[in-house]
Write a protein of this length. Structure first.
Length: 174
């Protein structure tokens, strides 16, 4: 199991050429399966519903591996309607981190990709931007900070949404 769509893609789709044949599952699919089977019971989150949620599709989970529904179903289990960005699912816009882009200086241009994507997310008027990738988390968080919205908009992994709804997120206490 991986929480990183990049690792998921590499282990699932590239390792077989090197003899590594593994069952690989992304944590969004795993969490959805736990909820569907009744092994994980989640309750609705009225605070999350009040804030509103928009969801960012990561490139390597979505377009590269056609996994769009599992993260959305998790959010729906929390009794929250997703405010879908115009560029979502197969038309989703990259956060700007793919291909190790987050580790190098910005290339010439008018705007960095993560800034544009974060602007789209912020425009949805949601208090939470949900992600399923640690790289997307960083890029979206930086984009929210660039707009000086970090006091009013949180960027959270879908697993954190479940933990918060259950009252289990120790990071909230820190």
């Amino acid at each position: 199991m991986t929480a990183c769509p990049h690792c998921f893609n590499t282990l699932k789709n590239e390792y077989p050429a090197l003899g590594g044949n593994y069952e690989v599952i992304h944590h969004s699919t795993f969490l959805q399966q736990l909820i569907d089977s009744g092994k994980l019971v989640v309750k609705g989150d009225s605070e999350l519903k009040r804030k509103g949620v928009t969801y960012h599709d990561s490139c390597y989970l979505g377009r590269a591996n056609d996994i769009y529904e599992a993260p959305r179903r998790i959010i729906e289990y929390l009794k929250v309607e997703i405010k879908e960005m115009k560029r979502s699912r197969t038309q989703g816009l990259c956060c700007g981190a793919g291909g190790a882009q987050m580790f190098k200086d910005a290339e010439p241009g008018n705007k960095e990709v993560n800034i544009e994507r974060a602007e789209e997310a912020v425009a949805m008027n949601a208090g939470v931007i949900a992600v399923n990738c640690p790289f997307c988390m960083t890029m979206m968080s930086d984009g929210v900070k660039n707009q000086e919205k970090e006091d009013s908009i949180e960027v959270l992994d879908i697993a954190e949404l479940i933990a918060n709804a259950q009252g289990l997120n120790p990071m909230k206490e820190a």
